[in-house]
Design a protein around this ligand. Structure first.
Ligand SMILES: C[S@@+](CC[C@H](N)C(=O)[O-])C[C@H]1O[C@@H](n2cnc3c(N)ncnc32)[C@H](O)[C@@H]1O
Length: 232
């Protein structure tokens, strides 16, 4: 019992620290992950898939332009992001005026084809059970420290179903283990985590480069980008 309480306390402490880190990152404009164009690897994956009227889950969404790609293809997107600054910037920069409503835990910004949930992903539950047809995840897993990632995989499990198409993009480096975000996440961890929640994934390395800037200063030499899909 004492151990259970201790573990719960450590997870809650980790959650609070993680949230504070990201709120501050947006305030300080440490948002080098943000892309001003659609992610080309993402568009390649979805180009031949039917998105019209499908439900798409985009967790830890930032102010990603990729959200617009799905809306333009006729999908219904649910994006979730902690930082109100990010959510507001998404609407302002894209010239969209949303309607606002509040739940006990989140602020909901809605516009044509988009429900942008502002608040903590870990306390988000959709109105009707498992219903997402597509789950698109870019730079989310590596945004979370190791002690948070098991909760993340569990949360994803509660939101997707066996029919859900999965497309994940991660950014990998070879340590040190406490550097991040983006954190060092072994490929084996992701394969095992998704297998444990019922999905066999395959990964492909689509880009490799030498480390630069803060990565090089931290002793990292190699970086790579990977995408992950369900095995066919
Ligand atoms: C590395 S960024 C990736 C953003 C986006 N997926 C993209 O590709 O631009 C991670 C994002 O997760 C958000 N985030 C971190 N913890 C969160 C949480 N507990 N709930 C919701 N969003 C969170 C951060 O504010 C940040 O915008």
């Amino acid at each position: 019992m004492v151990l259970v309480l201790f573990v719960r306390h450590e997870i809650e402490k980790g959650l609070t620290m993680e949230k504070e880190f990201w709120m501050q990152a947006w305030e300080d404009r440490r948002i080098g992950f943000h892309q001003s164009q659609y992610n080309p690897v993402m568009t390649e994956h979805y180009k031949d898939l039917e998105l019209k009227d499908k439900n798409v889950l985009i967790p830890l969404a930032g102010k990603s332009k990729d959200i617009l790609y799905f809306i333009e293809r006729g999908a219904n997107v649910t994006a979730i992001e902690l930082s109100e600054m990010a959510v507001k910037e998404f609407f302002e920069e894209n010239g969209i005026v949303p309607q606002l409503s509040k739940t006990a835990t989140h602020t909901i910004y809605e516009s044509q084809g988009l429900k942008f949930v502002c608040g903590d992903f870990f306390s988000y539950s959709p109105d009707q059970g498992k219903h997402f047809d597509y789950y698109y995840d870019r730079a989310c897993i590596v945004a979370l420290p190791m002690e948070m990632r098991q909760s993340y995989y569990k949360k994803i499990e509660s939101l997707i179903a066996i029919h859900t198409d999965i497309f994940i993009i991660t950014f990998a480096h070879n340590g040190p283990k406490d550097f991040g975000p983006p954190f060092y996440v072994p490929e084996e961890e992701i394969l095992t985590a998704y297998k444990n929640i019922g999905f066999d994934l395959n990964f492909t390395v689509f880009n490799e480069s030498k480390a630069e800037g803060r990565f090089k200063e931290a002793g990292i030499d190699k970086m790579k980008r990977l995408h992950w899909k369900k095995q066919i």
